[in-house]
Design a protein around this ligand. Structure first.
Ligand code: SF4
Length: 439
């Protein structure tokens, strides 16, 4: 009998990539995807542990699934990803419907584990952290009709920022060989993908020594030579690893998008030190200046946190000040939450929820006014847009500029996957509206 699987993905782009990895492995082994969770024979929940919210969402999803096993005792339910790595065994006790948990470094075992559960109905936990990042099986047709795709170039992180759970749940940095990455890119391009985002917790620390010495910029150059590739992106970068060679890529490579996501997390040197970020606000500001010199008009986005233990009003004002100085294109902003097992979780002087909420609101209001102002400056300009397809509402085409701004405009669906010229007519907080002026 043909078994159907459903994957529920929560969290970051890395998790989306991992879900595609699992889906392709399952399809290659005779399973088929199922949109309705209640109709699936195998349910996989791919979760994130970096912040509290996805964890709460994953638990409430598991709670809602409890009745399914009574209806279908053959159902196999597994939890994958960082949360599985961090709290999987505890969650298996709390949610008896969970048959297995699998850490993010064990994805290659998915077929064996599902098979073993069908054979024995024993609960299984695999949470090793040492394996090299595997290459996906590249299932033909899986990425057809997709303009953008992801490629993971590394796993794990060596930085140990004091608030972050990633080095504990994804392990230490481990890179994929360049030839594997380029092979995967060729496959995505053969499926019709035109924009590739290289993924990793700290992509600009990429290095590979065998047989030649590779670093992140040489990998970018090799990717840029792929004929069918229209645009190349990467995320996430650490400010302390941003090299002159990478700045040179922004200067020289036409295909490299004019956008960088460069988390700063806090604007106060005292808090940055407690966070163990490895740079000061002055150094961060210097990097921003270098980026803007290397690539005029480069879009800069970032991550920032409010309410880190011990954060005073003065520290918070320094964060607002940095935001004002840099004028980010957009920000992912979060309230600090304790991640069990990290040094920050044990720090004194925790900030109350009320203070965190009001600081976050103030910060987001400031950033919204900056984003709106920057988007307004684009009105009347002609921008090159990579068309992704039809937008969810309104039936217009949707695509992205090199600076990663979403643009909606009228046009024929055959333009999907193409670079077109669009003149911006109206700007909003999260998108732009324009008129097709060249294709
Ligand atoms: S750089 Fe810091 S915040 Fe980013 S994944 Fe590594 S430890 Fe976490």
């Amino acid at each position: 009998m043909n078994k159907r699987f459903h994957i529920k993905t929560m969290g970051c782009q890395m998790n989306e990539y991992d879900s595609d990895f699992l889906a392709q492995s399952l399809i290659k082994n005779g399973f088929s995807p199922e949109n309705e969770v209640g109709q699936a024979d195998v349910i996989l929940i791919n979760t994130c542990a970096v912040r509290a919210k996805p964890e709460q969402k994953a638990c409430s999803f598991l709670g809602r699934m409890a009745g399914l096993k009574e209806k279908n005792p053959e159902l196999v339910v597994g939890m994958i990803g960082c949360l599985a790595q961090m709290k999987g065994k505890e969650l298996m006790k709390r949610f008896p419907l969970l048959d297995f948990i699998m850490g993010p470094r064990e994805l290659e075992k998915i077929i064996d584990i599902v098979g073993e559960i069908y054979d024995s109905r024993q609960k299984i936990a695999v949470t090793g952290l040492k394996g090299a990042p595997p290459s996906p099986v590249n299932c033909p047709g899986y990425f057809q009709n997709q303009t953008s795709g992801f490629i993971s170039i590394m796993e794990g992180c060596n930085n140990f920022c004091s608030y972050c759970i990633v080095p504990y749940v994804r392990g230490r940095e481990h890179f994929r060989p360049p030839e594997d990455i380029l092979r995967e890119a060729e496959h995505l391009l053969s499926e019709g993908v035109r924009e590739i985002t290289l993924l990793g917790q700290n992509v600009n620390s990429y290095t590979w020594d065998d047989p030649d010495h590779w670093n992140f910029s040489s990998l970018l150059h090799a990717m840029g030579n792929l004929e069918d590739l229209s645009r190349l992106r990467f995320t996430t970068s650490h400010p302390k690893d941003l090299s002159d060679a990478l700045l040179g890529c922004f200067q020289k490579m036409d295909k490299l998008a004019g956008h960088i996501h460069l988390p700063f997390q806090a604007g106060s040197n005292r808090i940055l030190k407690l966070m163990r970020r490895g740079y000061t606000r002055e150094e961060y500001l210097e990097i921003i200046e270098k980026l803007r010199t290397a690539k005029e008009g480069i879009a800069i986005t970032s991550d920032v946190m409010v309410g880190f233990p011990g954060e005073t009003d003065e520290d918070f004002l320094l964060t607002l000040d940095l935001i004002q100085q840099v004028e980010f294109d957009s920000l992912f902003s979060f309230k600090y939450s304790d991640r069990e097992g990290t040094p920050a979780a044990k720090m004194p002087d925790k900030i109350s929820k009320g203070v965190k909420v009001s600081r976050l609101q103030r910060l987001q209001d400031l950033q919204s006014s900056i984003t709106l102002k920057k988007n307004r400056h684009l009105e009347g300009r002609q921008l090159t847009v990579l068309v992704e397809g039809t937008s969810k509402k309104g039936g217009q085409l949707t695509g992205r500029t090199s600076a990663n701004k979403i643009v909606n405009f009228d046009g024929d669906s055959h333009l999907a996957g193409k670079l077109v010229e669009v003149t911006i007519q109206e700007s909003y907080l999260n998108s732009l509206k324009g008129k097709l002026t060249g294709s």
